[in-house]
Design a protein around this ligand. Structure first.
Ligand code: UDP
Length: 454
């Protein structure tokens, strides 16, 4: 495939305005740019990406009038719902202007899967819409089954049934289902089914996963739906001829890299729960003491809003960090990909957001899973029980259990060795799938050909 095959073709891409969605969409832009396409990012003013990180792209803001305070007053389901209704009109106006311009041929519009309202807007312009799914294929299969699971009585998830198997979706248990704490369960059902309907109505799906990781979920989708599916991930491991700086809503504190430089090979536990998940005050303290008692060095990302209502670290007892004698490092935001690639990292205690999960696999880092909501629970199940590249922190977040899990994953016994071997195997598969002739490499070429024919 010619490097410049997309030349003269413009692609419009629109992210959902959250860290875990913007990053892979920009990475996809970089991948398509490397194939010669010109890239235009249409984005909300809320959480808008910084154009200076990608000077080779065109950025077009639309004005949906969503403020930070409005966004933080509602749960994530209502926020996604509101974004969908607010973007429709300004997106229509934006596309109307772009479609008038004759400079480049617009190949297609690529929208984050959660932006379902973009489907009808694109239909109005007869513009083909591809969907970007930033999460995994296995978790999407579970979302697709929500009407059935509801009919069978699994939803809303009940505390007393958590350990029951979901017989329709092995190997999941009820506790692994992607439930969201919400006051409006109907919204959960409606939103997931609308997203799924517009997924099926799209011209195709681009997936940040790879064949060797999720082959059965991917092939089930291919068989069941008549739309083309392109698993071309992991996006961040593609080689871009024009490197971009990564995009972060918060500024990464790079001082943790020199701190890691002082630590022994594979000795540090990296702890981060992504950009949205929050924990309670009691959990925060259990976490801190569990880390302290584990006796392993740790790098912990404590976002300012990790514990709602707090400034930052005021809950830590006086002298807590000093008492560790340099064994702990806490930052507000880390350069995560660089951290995971650092040789001092021995394990990643994660909430199992899909990007974090993929990034850990790509660097061959075993995981401790503490999923909080949504697809994270399905991802955690696959990490611990299917790919066997991590351990799940079970039950309530308690210091004794934390200490025990850290010791298990950092220890030298057979369990740790097996997990490590499995994750290194997957890392090797990542390397192969991106090489010439590999699954993601081939899929990307097929995607480019497809986009040129749209
Ligand atoms: N991330 C980061 N620094 C941090 C924590 C997270 O750069 O301190 C990045 C991480 O590399 C990942 C993204 O934020 O790309 C989080 O996405 P994920 O899907 O894991 O979780 P979400 O934030 O969507 O819950």
């Amino acid at each position: 495939m010619e490097k410049e095959s997309g030349k003269g073709h413009k692609v419009l891409l629109m992210p959902s305005p959250f860290q875990g969605h913007i990053t892979p969409l920009l990475q996809l832009g970089d991948i398509l740019y490397s194939k010669g396409f010109s890239i235009t990012i249409i984005h909300t003013s809320f959480n808008s990406p910084d154009p200076s990180t990608h000077p080779h792209f065109t950025f077009l803001p639309i004005h949906e009038s969503l403020s930070q305070s409005e966004a933080s007053s509602m749960d994530s389901l209502r926020l996604v719902d509101l974004i969908n209704s607010r973007i429709k009109q300004p997106l229509k106006e934006c596309l109307a202007k772009l479609m008038l311009s004759k400079e480049d041929t617009i190949s297609c519009f690529i929208a984050d899967a959660t932006l379902h309202s973009t489907q009808s807007v694109c239909d109005g312009f007869e513009l083909p819409r591809l969907v970007l799914r930033t999460g995994g294929a296995a978790s999407f299969a579970v979302f697709a089954s929500i009407p059935l699971l509801r009919e069978k009585g699994y939803f809303p998830v009940q505390e007393s049934r958590l350990e029951e198997p979901v017989v329709e979706l092995p190997p999941l248990k009820v506790k692994d289902l992607p439930w969201f704490e919400t006051r409006d369960p109907e919204l959960f059902y409606n939103l997931t089914s609308t997203i799924f309907d517009t997924f099926k109505a799209s011209s195709g799906v681009i997936w940040n996963t790879f064949e060797e990781l999720e082959s059965s979920s991917i092939s089930n989708f291919s068989k069941e739906f008549g739309i083309p599916i392109y698993p071309i991930g992991p996006f961040h491991k593609h080689h871009f001829p024009k490197p971009s700086s990564s995009f972060s809503l918060l500024t990464p504190d790079t001082s943790c890299i020199s701190w890691l430089d002082t630590k022994e090979h594979k000795s540090v536990v990296y702890v981060s729960f992504g950009s949205i998940a929050s924990i309670t005050e009691a959990e925060f303290l259990e976490l801190a003491w569990g880390l302290a008692h584990s006796n392993h060095p740790f790098l912990w990302v404590v976002r300012p809003d990790l514990v709602r209502g707090l400034e930052w670290l005021e809950l830590l007892p006086d002298g807590f960090m000093e008492g560790l004698g340099g064994r702990g490092c806490i930052v507000k935001w880390a350069p995560q990909e660089e951290v995971l690639g650092h040789e001092a990292i021995g394990a990643f205690w994660t909430h199992c957001g899909w990007n974090s999960t993929l990034e850990s696999i790509c660097e061959g880092v075993p995981m401790i899973c503490m999923p909080c909501f949504g697809d994270q629970k399905v991802n955690a199940k696959y990490v611990s029980d299917v790919w066997k590249v991590g351990l799940r922190l079970e039950g309530k977040v308690e210091r004794v259990e934390i200490e025990r899990v850290i010791k298990r994953i950092m220890g030298g016994d057979d369990e740790r060795k097996e997990i490590r071997e499995n994750v290194l195997n997957l890392k090797e598969k990542v390397n192969l799938c991106l090489k010439e002739g590999g699954s993601s490499y081939n899929c990307l070429n097929a995607l480019v050909n497809y986009m040129l024919r749209l």
